[in-house]
Design a protein around this ligand. Structure first.
Ligand code: NAD
Length: 364
């Protein structure tokens, strides 16, 4: 029997075919344990975090790249053994449909490009992992979800904190009511942004400022710690440098009321360093993390003492989790719908700033 190359590729369909043709068990098992990733956009996150993390993953493998910078092709090919036929640019990206050795495209481009490349990736038959924030608007998120559904592809958002042990422990403390019933959450994330010419300060490419870039981590924390969706949001913005932040928000504070009555008070900023935390207050104690959202060094405390847990590579955990969803044909725990829910809140925050009113959201 001739077994062609397609039978050995890491997709569920090819595994089924390989197994039914009686392929040697260990080869089928190998194929089954790995999902092949292509990184789309080789900027800072891909270079410094994702590619190194893909050297540690058990189920996700770096096999392809998509870049608009030809000089990066050889550098990445040499460093990571990327084959020429797995190297693409933004123009020939759709040709990925003819390449069965790539299963997942990981979109690591400026926020304003997430929708286009997610939709094109799904149409090319690829599962999509897309960086946060999911897109510039909730309508774009809906389009991305629809495109992945129509093409029967999985979609997940790069919410690495949900795979991080300290954050997972805090979720467990909240769900188990170890400190009683939750009353309030305080969360904030910000940093002083440098280069005034970067895409993060461009309205079209970034979709917003600090709120979209790092405020979403505080928003996420409130949602995953409470396990609830806000029903009322109120926000205020300040700009101390209206020239630098002409197109995007600089500093925002906002409050969110959850259906149970839990109140969340949050902040984000591009104007100063130092805020990187959340604290959850319950009727018999409190718990929280500071730093909460960094790549390393997450530190936790409760009213009864420190939280002592191992530190992991969050990106490796996030990519392995998505790979396992594909191998086991399960939906991601951080699907497109999770990104959409954040974006609905972000839009309510911006609407509250624009109108000076509380924004009521329908109960989820
Ligand atoms: P970056 O500026 O370092 O890289 C962006 C890449 O996009 C570059 O390779 C650039 O060449 C390419 N690009 C293509 N078209 C472009 C255009 N028109 N303008 C600018 N760049 C263009 O950005 P980054 O920090 O790698 O962020 C990429 C994405 O990853 C963003 O969505 C960001 O929010 C997200 N991110 C997530 C985390 C996390 O912890 N999950 C951390 C950093 C960034």
């Amino acid at each position: 029997m001739t077994i062609n190359r397609r039978l050995f590729l890491g997709t569920t369909a090819s595994i089924t075919a390989a197994t039914s043709f009686g392929v040697h068990t260990s080869m089928a098992a190998d194929a089954k344990s790995t999902v092949n990733f292509a990184l789309v956009g080789l900027g800072s996150l891909s270079t410094k975090q994702l590619a190194p993390a893909l050297q540690q993953t058990k189920h996700a493998k770096l096999v392809g790249i998509v870049t608009g910078t030809p000089s990066k092709e050889k550098v990445w090919a040499d460093k990571y053994g990327i084959k020429q036929e797995n190297i693409y640019n933004y123009d020939n990206f759709d040709k990925l449909s003819e390449n069965e050795s790539i299963d997942v495209v990981y979109i690591v481009l400026p926020n304003g490009m997430h929708k286009e490349f997610t939709v094109r990736g799904a149409k090319a038959g690829k599962h999509v992992l897309c960086e946060k924030p999911m897109a510039n608007t909730s309508d774009e998120c809906r389009e991305m979800i629809a495109a992945c559904k129509e093409n029967d592809r999985k979609l997940a958002i790069g919410y690495r904190c949900q795979f991080e042990p300290h954050n997972q422990h805090c979720i467990e403390l909240a769900r188990s009511e170890k400190f009683g019933s939750l009353k309030a959450i305080e969360a904030g994330f910000g940093f002083k942004i440098g280069d005034p010419n970067q895409w993060r300060l461009d309205g079209k490419l970034a979709g917003g400022g600090a709120m979209m870039d790092v405020g979403v981590y505080a928003l996420q924390a409130c949602r995953y710690i409470s396990g609830e969706e806000p029903v009322s949001i109120s926000a205020q913005e300040t700009k101390t440098d209206p020239v630098k932040f002409a197109e995007v928000d600089e500093s925002i504070t906002w409050t969110m009321k959850m259906p149970s009555g839990v109140i969340c008070y949050c902040s984000t900023s591009y104007a100063f360093n130092g805020i990187n935390r959340y604290n959850a207050y319950a009727d018999k104690g409190w718990f929280g993390l500071e730093p909460a959202y960094s790549y390393k060094g997450i530190t936790g405390k409760t009213s009864k003492g420190p939280i002592e847990l191992e530190s992991i590579d969050q990106f490796a955990a996030e990519m392995d989790a998505f790979a396992k969803c594909i191998l086991e044909d399960r939906d991601s725990t951080v699907p497109g719908e999770e990104g959409l829910r954040d974006m609905i809140c972000v839009e309510a925050i911006y609407e509250s700033i624009r109108t000076g009113r509380h924004i009521e959201l329908p109960r989820a």
